[in-house]
Write a protein that binds this ligand. Structure first.
Ligand code: ATP
Length: 259
Protein backbone atom coordinates (compact mmCIF):
# COMPACT_ATOMS: atom_id res chain seq x y z
CA UNK A 1 0.00 0.00 0.00
CA UNK A 2 2.76 2.41 -0.87
CA UNK A 3 3.91 3.58 -4.27
CA UNK A 4 6.83 5.45 -5.74
CA UNK A 5 6.28 8.86 -7.36
CA UNK A 6 8.34 10.10 -10.30
CA UNK A 7 7.92 13.63 -11.61
CA UNK A 8 9.53 14.65 -14.89
CA UNK A 9 9.84 18.19 -16.31
CA UNK A 10 6.66 19.38 -14.64
CA UNK A 11 5.29 22.87 -15.29
CA UNK A 12 2.08 24.04 -13.62
CA UNK A 13 -0.10 26.86 -14.96
CA UNK A 14 -3.05 28.84 -13.68
CA UNK A 15 -4.34 29.99 -17.08
CA UNK A 16 -1.49 31.99 -18.61
CA UNK A 17 0.43 32.27 -15.33
CA UNK A 18 3.19 29.69 -14.97
CA UNK A 19 3.29 29.04 -11.21
CA UNK A 20 5.84 26.20 -11.12
CA UNK A 21 8.52 25.30 -13.63
CA UNK A 22 10.72 22.35 -14.53
CA UNK A 23 10.31 20.05 -11.53
CA UNK A 24 12.11 16.70 -11.60
CA UNK A 25 11.73 14.67 -8.44
CA UNK A 26 11.47 11.08 -7.24
CA UNK A 27 9.81 10.02 -4.02
CA UNK A 28 10.35 6.53 -2.63
CA UNK A 29 7.62 4.36 -1.10
CA UNK A 30 7.39 4.30 2.70
CA UNK A 31 9.22 7.58 3.15
CA UNK A 32 8.26 11.09 4.19
CA UNK A 33 9.22 13.93 1.85
CA UNK A 34 8.91 17.54 3.03
CA UNK A 35 8.43 20.51 0.69
CA UNK A 36 9.84 23.72 2.14
CA UNK A 37 10.36 27.22 0.76
CA UNK A 38 9.10 30.80 1.06
CA UNK A 39 5.48 31.77 0.62
CA UNK A 40 4.24 31.75 -2.96
CA UNK A 41 6.98 29.53 -4.41
CA UNK A 42 4.46 26.90 -5.49
CA UNK A 43 4.72 24.17 -2.84
CA UNK A 44 0.95 23.72 -2.51
CA UNK A 45 0.43 24.07 -6.24
CA UNK A 46 2.97 21.37 -6.96
CA UNK A 47 1.64 19.12 -4.18
CA UNK A 48 -1.83 19.26 -5.70
CA UNK A 49 -0.55 18.09 -9.07
CA UNK A 50 0.42 14.80 -7.40
CA UNK A 51 -3.27 13.87 -7.16
CA UNK A 52 -4.67 16.18 -9.84
CA UNK A 53 -6.39 18.27 -7.20
CA UNK A 54 -5.32 21.47 -9.02
CA UNK A 55 -7.82 20.52 -11.74
CA UNK A 56 -10.69 21.71 -9.54
CA UNK A 57 -9.43 25.26 -10.29
CA UNK A 58 -10.68 26.36 -13.70
CA UNK A 59 -7.82 26.96 -16.13
CA UNK A 60 -5.20 25.12 -14.06
CA UNK A 61 -3.16 22.55 -15.98
CA UNK A 62 0.22 20.82 -16.12
CA UNK A 63 2.85 19.95 -18.69
CA UNK A 64 5.21 17.04 -18.03
CA UNK A 65 4.74 13.71 -16.32
CA UNK A 66 3.78 12.40 -12.91
CA UNK A 67 4.05 8.64 -12.51
CA UNK A 68 2.86 6.41 -9.72
CA UNK A 69 4.89 3.20 -9.83
CA UNK A 70 5.49 3.96 -13.51
CA UNK A 71 1.85 4.69 -14.41
CA UNK A 72 1.23 8.16 -15.84
CA UNK A 73 -1.37 9.95 -13.70
CA UNK A 74 -2.20 12.20 -16.63
CA UNK A 75 -2.76 9.53 -19.28
CA UNK A 76 -6.02 10.24 -21.16
CA UNK A 77 -7.77 7.12 -19.87
CA UNK A 78 -7.03 7.89 -16.22
CA UNK A 79 -9.99 9.07 -14.12
CA UNK A 80 -8.93 11.85 -11.71
CA UNK A 81 -11.39 10.52 -9.13
CA UNK A 82 -9.48 7.23 -9.08
CA UNK A 83 -6.20 9.13 -8.77
CA UNK A 84 -7.52 10.87 -5.66
CA UNK A 85 -8.51 7.53 -4.22
CA UNK A 86 -4.96 6.28 -4.59
CA UNK A 87 -3.39 9.57 -3.55
CA UNK A 88 -5.24 11.00 -0.55
CA UNK A 89 -4.97 14.51 0.79
CA UNK A 90 -5.12 16.24 4.17
CA UNK A 91 -5.54 20.01 4.20
CA UNK A 92 -4.28 22.89 6.32
CA UNK A 93 -7.53 23.39 8.20
CA UNK A 94 -9.22 20.28 9.50
CA UNK A 95 -12.34 19.92 7.36
CA UNK A 96 -14.58 17.19 8.75
CA UNK A 97 -18.16 17.28 7.49
CA UNK A 98 -19.67 19.22 10.41
CA UNK A 99 -23.07 17.56 10.67
CA UNK A 100 -21.81 14.02 10.06
CA UNK A 101 -20.95 11.74 12.95
CA UNK A 102 -17.35 10.82 13.69
CA UNK A 103 -17.90 7.36 12.24
CA UNK A 104 -19.63 8.63 9.08
CA UNK A 105 -16.84 11.15 8.57
CA UNK A 106 -14.34 8.30 8.50
CA UNK A 107 -16.51 6.38 6.05
CA UNK A 108 -17.36 9.35 3.80
CA UNK A 109 -14.73 8.58 1.15
CA UNK A 110 -15.47 4.85 1.21
CA UNK A 111 -19.20 5.50 0.65
CA UNK A 112 -18.42 8.03 -2.09
CA UNK A 113 -16.54 5.33 -3.94
CA UNK A 114 -19.98 3.71 -4.05
CA UNK A 115 -18.80 0.37 -2.80
CA UNK A 116 -21.73 -1.00 -0.81
CA UNK A 117 -20.49 -2.04 2.60
CA UNK A 118 -22.22 -4.00 5.33
CA UNK A 119 -22.67 -2.62 8.84
CA UNK A 120 -19.96 -5.00 10.08
CA UNK A 121 -17.55 -3.84 7.36
CA UNK A 122 -18.35 -0.21 8.17
CA UNK A 123 -17.51 -0.81 11.83
CA UNK A 124 -14.31 -2.62 10.91
CA UNK A 125 -13.13 0.12 8.52
CA UNK A 126 -13.99 2.89 11.01
CA UNK A 127 -12.12 1.19 13.85
CA UNK A 128 -9.08 0.29 11.76
CA UNK A 129 -8.80 3.82 10.33
CA UNK A 130 -9.31 5.55 13.67
CA UNK A 131 -6.75 3.27 15.31
CA UNK A 132 -4.24 3.99 12.56
CA UNK A 133 -4.86 7.72 13.02
CA UNK A 134 -4.24 7.38 16.79
CA UNK A 135 -7.76 8.61 17.53
CA UNK A 136 -9.66 5.44 18.42
CA UNK A 137 -9.20 5.58 22.19
CA UNK A 138 -10.38 9.19 22.33
CA UNK A 139 -13.56 8.69 20.30
CA UNK A 140 -14.59 5.05 20.60
CA UNK A 141 -17.38 5.91 23.05
CA UNK A 142 -18.86 8.67 20.91
CA UNK A 143 -18.64 7.45 17.34
CA UNK A 144 -22.12 8.75 16.59
CA UNK A 145 -21.46 12.29 17.83
CA UNK A 146 -20.73 15.03 15.28
CA UNK A 147 -17.15 15.32 14.04
CA UNK A 148 -17.29 19.05 14.64
CA UNK A 149 -17.43 18.41 18.41
CA UNK A 150 -13.78 17.31 18.46
CA UNK A 151 -10.78 19.55 19.21
CA UNK A 152 -8.81 20.93 16.26
CA UNK A 153 -6.08 18.32 16.67
CA UNK A 154 -8.63 15.53 16.94
CA UNK A 155 -10.44 16.85 13.86
CA UNK A 156 -7.19 16.77 11.91
CA UNK A 157 -6.60 13.15 12.97
CA UNK A 158 -10.21 12.44 11.95
CA UNK A 159 -9.40 13.83 8.51
CA UNK A 160 -6.34 11.59 8.39
CA UNK A 161 -8.56 8.62 9.37
CA UNK A 162 -10.92 9.56 6.52
CA UNK A 163 -7.97 9.67 4.09
CA UNK A 164 -6.70 6.29 5.31
CA UNK A 165 -10.13 4.60 5.18
CA UNK A 166 -10.03 4.28 1.38
CA UNK A 167 -6.63 2.53 1.60
CA UNK A 168 -4.60 4.99 -0.48
CA UNK A 169 -1.03 4.43 -1.67
CA UNK A 170 0.13 7.98 -0.97
CA UNK A 171 -0.95 10.65 1.54
CA UNK A 172 -0.36 14.31 0.71
CA UNK A 173 -0.48 16.80 3.58
CA UNK A 174 -0.61 20.55 3.00
CA UNK A 175 0.62 22.23 6.19
CA UNK A 176 -1.39 19.80 8.33
CA UNK A 177 -0.31 21.37 11.63
CA UNK A 178 -0.48 25.06 10.88
CA UNK A 179 -3.86 25.47 12.60
CA UNK A 180 -2.93 23.31 15.60
CA UNK A 181 -1.47 23.87 19.06
CA UNK A 182 2.00 22.45 19.90
CA UNK A 183 0.69 19.29 21.62
CA UNK A 184 -1.64 18.44 18.73
CA UNK A 185 1.21 19.20 16.35
CA UNK A 186 3.44 16.66 18.09
CA UNK A 187 0.61 14.08 17.94
CA UNK A 188 0.36 14.59 14.17
CA UNK A 189 4.14 14.44 13.77
CA UNK A 190 4.25 11.14 15.68
CA UNK A 191 1.44 9.88 13.50
CA UNK A 192 3.30 10.85 10.31
CA UNK A 193 6.20 8.68 11.54
CA UNK A 194 3.79 5.75 11.88
CA UNK A 195 2.02 6.39 8.58
CA UNK A 196 5.24 6.09 6.63
CA UNK A 197 5.50 2.44 7.68
CA UNK A 198 2.54 1.88 5.34
CA UNK A 199 2.23 4.85 2.96
CA UNK A 200 4.28 7.25 0.89
CA UNK A 201 3.86 10.58 2.68
CA UNK A 202 4.46 14.06 1.25
CA UNK A 203 4.09 17.10 3.47
CA UNK A 204 4.26 20.85 2.84
CA UNK A 205 5.49 22.70 5.90
CA UNK A 206 6.66 26.18 6.84
CA UNK A 207 8.17 24.81 9.99
CA UNK A 208 11.74 23.75 9.39
CA UNK A 209 12.04 21.94 12.72
CA UNK A 210 9.05 19.95 11.64
CA UNK A 211 10.59 19.13 8.27
CA UNK A 212 13.78 17.97 9.97
CA UNK A 213 11.86 15.95 12.58
CA UNK A 214 9.46 14.10 10.31
CA UNK A 215 11.00 13.77 6.86
CA UNK A 216 13.55 11.51 5.21
CA UNK A 217 13.87 13.69 2.12
CA UNK A 218 13.51 17.48 1.84
CA UNK A 219 12.78 19.47 -1.31
CA UNK A 220 13.48 23.21 -1.24
CA UNK A 221 11.46 25.40 -3.63
CA UNK A 222 12.10 29.06 -4.40
CA UNK A 223 11.18 31.87 -6.78
CA UNK A 224 13.84 33.36 -9.06
CA UNK A 225 12.01 36.71 -8.64
CA UNK A 226 8.52 38.03 -7.88
CA UNK A 227 6.13 37.05 -10.65
CA UNK A 228 8.46 34.30 -11.90
CA UNK A 229 7.58 30.61 -11.56
CA UNK A 230 8.64 28.62 -8.52
CA UNK A 231 11.39 26.05 -9.03
CA UNK A 232 12.74 23.07 -7.17
CA UNK A 233 16.15 24.35 -6.11
CA UNK A 234 17.53 21.36 -4.24
CA UNK A 235 16.35 17.98 -3.03
CA UNK A 236 18.15 15.43 -0.91
CA UNK A 237 18.30 13.52 2.34
CA UNK A 238 16.84 15.76 5.05
CA UNK A 239 19.98 15.50 7.15
CA UNK A 240 22.13 16.69 4.25
CA UNK A 241 19.79 19.53 3.25
CA UNK A 242 19.80 20.86 6.80
CA UNK A 243 23.48 20.32 7.58
CA UNK A 244 25.25 20.63 4.28
CA UNK A 245 23.11 22.04 1.45
CA UNK A 246 24.86 22.51 -1.90
CA UNK A 247 22.99 25.66 -2.98
CA UNK A 248 23.43 29.05 -1.34
CA UNK A 249 19.69 29.83 -1.56
CA UNK A 250 18.92 26.64 0.41
CA UNK A 251 21.44 27.57 3.08
CA UNK A 252 20.08 31.14 3.30
CA UNK A 253 16.54 29.84 3.70
CA UNK A 254 17.23 27.17 6.29
CA UNK A 255 19.38 29.50 8.34
CA UNK A 256 16.53 32.02 8.39
CA UNK A 257 18.17 34.65 6.21
CA UNK A 258 15.01 34.99 4.11
CA UNK A 259 11.49 33.65 3.74
N1 ATP B 1 -6.11 29.36 -7.62
C1 ATP B 1 -5.11 30.10 -8.08
N2 ATP B 1 -5.25 30.88 -9.16
C2 ATP B 1 -4.23 31.63 -9.63
N3 ATP B 1 -3.00 31.67 -9.09
C3 ATP B 1 -2.80 30.92 -7.99
C4 ATP B 1 -3.83 30.09 -7.42
N4 ATP B 1 -3.32 29.46 -6.34
C5 ATP B 1 -2.04 29.87 -6.23
N5 ATP B 1 -1.72 30.73 -7.22
C6 ATP B 1 -0.42 31.39 -7.42
O1 ATP B 1 0.56 30.38 -7.67
C7 ATP B 1 1.79 30.72 -7.00
C8 ATP B 1 2.16 29.59 -6.05
O2 ATP B 1 1.21 29.55 -4.98
P1 ATP B 1 1.20 28.39 -3.88
O3 ATP B 1 0.04 28.61 -2.99
O4 ATP B 1 1.33 27.09 -4.55
O5 ATP B 1 2.57 28.68 -3.10
P2 ATP B 1 3.07 28.11 -1.71
O6 ATP B 1 4.53 27.95 -1.84
O7 ATP B 1 2.28 26.91 -1.34
O8 ATP B 1 2.72 29.31 -0.74
P3 ATP B 1 2.37 29.30 0.82
O9 ATP B 1 3.59 28.78 1.49
O10 ATP B 1 2.13 30.75 1.13
O11 ATP B 1 1.16 28.45 1.01
C9 ATP B 1 1.55 32.07 -6.32
O12 ATP B 1 2.02 33.08 -7.18
C10 ATP B 1 0.05 32.12 -6.19
O13 ATP B 1 -0.41 33.47 -6.17
Amino acid sequence: MSKRIDVTDLNVYYGKFKAVEGVNLSIQPRTVTAFIGPSGCGKSTFLRTLNRMHEVIPGAYVEGRVELDGDNLYAPEVDPVMVRREVGMVFQRPNPFPTMSIKENVLAGVRLNSRRISAAQANEIAERSLRQANLWNEVKDRLNSPGSGLSGGQQQRLCIARAIAVRPEVILMDEPCSALDPISTLAIEDLIGELKEVYTVVIVTHNMQQASRVSDQTAFFNLAAQGKPGRLIEVGATETIFSNPTKKATEDYITGRFG
